[in-house]
Design a protein around this ligand. Structure first.
Ligand SMILES: *[C@@H]1O[C@H](CO)[C@@H](O)[C@H](O)[C@H]1NC(C)=O
Ligand SMILES: *[C@@H]1O[C@H](CO)[C@@H](O)[C@H](O)[C@H]1NC(C)=O
Ligand SMILES: *[C@@H]1O[C@H](CO)[C@@H](O)[C@H](O)[C@H]1NC(C)=O
Ligand SMILES: *[C@@H]1O[C@H](CO)[C@@H](O)[C@H](O)[C@H]1NC(C)=O
Length: 277
């Protein structure tokens, strides 16, 4: 029998060709649609860790104390993985197809994002509603730079990113240059995208705000200087500075492991890296 191995390879290529073993590194806290978390891999945000174990259990830890977990296990098996599907469903699969656990909430086909946030909650947002139009990363092997995303790269709706703040993912940085909102490739110093906003008169107190409608805007005081012009259903949204150097908006919330407060006090909360509703 010379063929089984070939058909096995073909089968597995077929099964996994749409999945991406992630470019996850230490302190990554976002998983995107079609990315998988293999046994031994994890998402990390401060003291919080979401780990996929070899016994197929997905466990959320707070400082090494388990705080939430899926209960289905498979003894002696480590052919399991966690995937975020195009329907915004989180599934622990075993033996390629068999679903051992699922978040259960299936939504419209699209691109979703699973986030382990700074409060230790896991939540799925989507589908993706808007994205900046800059080219997809800069290419080249340097993109695998080992620089770790030690900083926040997610802005939640109801929060603001003030002029002195930034979102940073590896070599990409979203920051204000005066009142111009810029995605900076810090290794080359090149600006990949910008809003071209400026304030010609009076004092400038510019900030980026994500509304509960999913609309992203640059404001100076009450004056709107720029908008993504993309509104969706009201609810919790996220703006994420992605691994490819794009800023994208996902939402509203489709699932979370705990009850999330949907009430948004848009003007009361200021983004400060760890200040959440
Ligand atoms: C989490 O993942 C990182 C990077 O892959 C790894 O170095 C670390 O040991 C993992 N931690 C745990 C507790 O699994
Ligand atoms: C995590 O643990 C710390 C104490 O170790 C506690 O103060 C904090 O509230 C916990 N976080 C959650 C989300 O329960
Ligand atoms: C796992 O079991 C515990 C204890 O019975 C339960 O509290 C928890 O909700 C279960 N986890 C899930 C994800 O269903
Ligand atoms: C872009 O990154 C370069 C290199 O780190 C830095 O010198 C420059 O100030 C940054 N530009 C902005 C607008 O943040």
């Amino acid at each position: 029998m010379a063929f089984p191995s070939i058909s096995f390879v073909f089968l597995c290529f077929f099964c996994f060709s749409f999945l991406n073993e992630p470019r996850l590194s230490l302190a990554d806290h976002v998983l995107y649609t079609d990315e998988i978390l293999m046994p031994g891999q994890n998402l990390t945000n401060g003291p919080y860790l979401l780990a996929m174990h070899h016994n197929c259990r997905l466990v959320l830890y707070n400082n090494t104390q388990p705080s939430w977990s899926t209960n289905a296990t498979a003894n002696g098996n480590s052919d399991c993985y966690l995937v975020l599907t195009q329907r915004g469903e989180l599934v622990v699969r075993r033996s390629v197809h068999y679903a051992l656990w699922s978040s259960g909430a299936r939504s419209k086909k699209g691109k979703y994002a699973l986030v382990l946030d700074a409060k230790g909650r896991i939540a799925i947002y989507g589908h993706r509603r808007w994205s900046t139009s800059n080219p997809n990363g800069l290419g080249g092997p340097e993109d695998l730079a080992i620089e770790e995303p030690a900083t926040e790269y997610v802005l939640q709706s109801g929060h603001r990113m003030l002029a002195g703040d930034k979102l940073k993912y590896k070599e990409y940085e979203l920051a204000f240059w005066r009142c111009n909102l810029v995605i900076n490739h810090t290794r080359s110093g090149r600006w990949l995208w910008q809003t071209n906003t400026k304030v010609t008169q009076g004092p400038a107190g510019c900030y980026l705000q994500l509304e509960s409608s999913g609309e992203l805007s640059v404001k100076n005081g009450a004056q709107r200087l720029w908008s993504s012009n993309k509104r969706t259903d009201s609810g919790l949204h996220l703006a994420v500075l992605r691994f490819d150097g794009r800023l994208a908006v996902y939402g509203p919330l489709v699932w979370s492991n705990v009850r999330m407060d949907d009430s948004i006090v848009a003007d009361a909360v200021t983004y400060g890296g760890s200040e959440y509703i």
